[in-house]
Write a protein that binds this ligand. Sequence first.
Ligand code: NDP
Length: 448
Amino acid sequence: MFQTEYVKRVYEDLQRKNANEKEFLQAALEILVSLEPYVLKHPELEQNKILERFVEPERFVQFRVAWVDDHGEIQVNRGYRVQYNSSIGPYKGGLRFHPSVNASIIKFLGLEQVLKNSLTSLPIGGGKGGSDFDPKGKSDHEIMSFCQAFMTELYRHIGEDTDVPAGDIGVGGREIGYLYGQYKRIQNKTVGVLTGKGIPFGGSLARTEATGYGLCYFTEEALKVMKKDSFKGKTVIISGSGNVAIYACKKATELGAKVVAMSDSNGYVYDKDGIKLEVIQDIKEVRRGRIKEYIEKVPTATYHDNSKGIWKIPCDIALPCATQNELDLEDAKVLVQNGVIAVCEGANMPSTLDAAKYFIEHKVVYGPAKAANAGGVATSGLEMCQNSARLSWSFEEVDVKLKDIMINIFHNTYNTAVGLGNPYDTLTGANIAGFEKVSKAMLALGVY
Ligand code: NDP
């Protein structure tokens, strides 16, 4: 699998030290293998132990989060923050609240985030955090109690010039509001220490839409350049029905596509006439319900248990926007057999490595997560700019900047892939394009 002794040694060492961290090793392997062509041309990386330092987080914090539920019972969860790499700017990356969260998930997300943030061309380093807290079924009061307890520990590790968290799975506008409220209460400061804030207290217009919209801007540009095509008239399936999926659906529809299916962790809905997004938004954003309620409002649609069945629906474009490893090799084969022309990732690492390789081999326009979903963090970067300057840009101003950034990320990724001899290998393209800047900064900063 490895072409170089150096990269092999780095990976084997990582395996030894992180033996039980499946997702982290999966992400590290994908990245390290794809960096080999670059490493071969740059002996200074080995001389300066850049890869060894790149895969090792600068700091990893784990902490207890004790809080009281509505029945007066004390609950105990585990909180995490990984501050992965600050060579190009303050650590930046979301917080995930989900029962599956553990050290492996947080480290895989943090490592990916380092390269993603570099690709945005903004001066932001990589971090990630979260908790195994399950927000499902919790009252609003319980969510607030948990967020306050979480921030009571996290506040000492973050800061507007040090580490700026945002949302991720299970952490939306409501949670960011409670987290920021607690930070302000403890620190007595109004600063851009979190992004994804509400508009009345320093949030950026278009941040809510940014990851989904950005995914579609990236996909549209990729279709134009690689297939002389566009979203217009295409059939699209989108997994998930959270923040990323909803705004991907909105923008894909605006660009002329028909989205026929969306999912949640229980199952998926298929609507041959095109998903009515207002129904999904009412279920998911307003009532926090289950996607199967869609068929009560749209009886011509169908609901199917088992979310993975969504990949069997014939489509031109697939946008996985739910979670890691939701699309495996078998799913990839079915998609290709059904004539998919583009698979661009809204979620982080939704395709397994062999699924991603299958898309590349079959000349599918493949948008790897760290490039295709970077619109969220890019707009968070724009929120930081607005907070520092104490001003607010209009929706249109932010949206134009977001689109420019996504088009730029596509070209950077694609040109790197072309330079390596395979224009479809955007996986390698994105990893090398992101790594180049980080490694140059690390070399220039000396040993740390
Ligand atoms: P949300 O919590 O808003 O939504 C997640 C959605 O995915 C929910 O609909 C959830 O369903 C669904 N889901 C979870 N697991 C599965 C599964 N196994 N099969 C099908 N659906 C599933 O999260 P986001 O939309 O914010 O995040 C989604 C992905 O995008 C994550 O990988 C995240 O890391 C990534 N991302 C998010 C960014 C952002 O700005 N928010 C930025 C960049 C990446 P249910 O309601 O049943 O849990």
